[in-house]
Design a protein around this ligand. Sequence first.
Ligand code: CP
Length: 302
Amino acid sequence: MMHLLTMADLQPEEITSLIVEAESFAKGAVWQPERSVYVSNLFFEPSTRTKCSFEMAERKLGLEVIQFEASASSALKGESLYDTVKTMESIGVDALVIRHPEDQYYDELKETCGISILNAGDGCGHHPTQSLLDLMTIKQEFGRFTGLKVAIVGDFRHSRVAHSNADALRRLGAEVVFSGPPEWFDENSPYEPIDRAIRTADVIMLLRIQHERHERKYRITREEYHRRYGLTPERERRMKPGSIIMHPAPVNRDVEIAGGLVECPRSRIFKQMENGVYVRMAVLKRSLSQIKGGHNVEVFAK
Ligand code: CP
């Protein structure tokens, strides 16, 4: 089974190879399985980018997408995730893309289910395809990871994107520091005040405040957060020459980033979303090429 559950599933050379594959899809390469392949996107949490870009990737690969809406499914009658997944397997689905609020929801599935699972986000845990698209965006910009400094700014503790990125970036040779409200950091993580981070980092990676995952209400106004930890126009002017701004989105404009900076020349926020389609095509190809029985496939370059 070729699951993708966390970035730890991928060796550095596999990350590089997926990025190369995604670049090739971005340039127009085509891959299609010879027989009909069925996938379904099981999202038990809201999503715009991940769900729609997975579906775009699936359609570009010519896959059959079995529609599933959690809010209209038998999950509402109490059916468990395990039974939902076994149902999809029983009816002939080949791979599942799953987002679920529970950390490591996949632990009970990975050994018992006979189809590939692609993690589209588990609780505060991991979001590997977001990490891959972030890495692709950084590689496009700098051509390397070694020697780069990446500052992850904001709600690190509750961000699955940040966990995936910190792990992968370090293994690829980048320096990773965290900035923002100190109560949201892991005590083992190197901390830098925002005003030092913006002057020295090659990549400023901003995070949304994950209010929905907080045990206690975070009592700070939007204006106060923006003033103390946000990327204001004044801070953007002090960023290192050649550095870029990233954000997994959705963006809270004028909280973690000034609204006017979302599409400024340094911003790669919409480029990240574009890259998400190609990375997800590469990830789907990796899984579907190795499912039981395999598929006869051909790659055509346009
Ligand atoms: N970045 C991201 O995961 O966005 P969605 O929640 O809209 O999928």
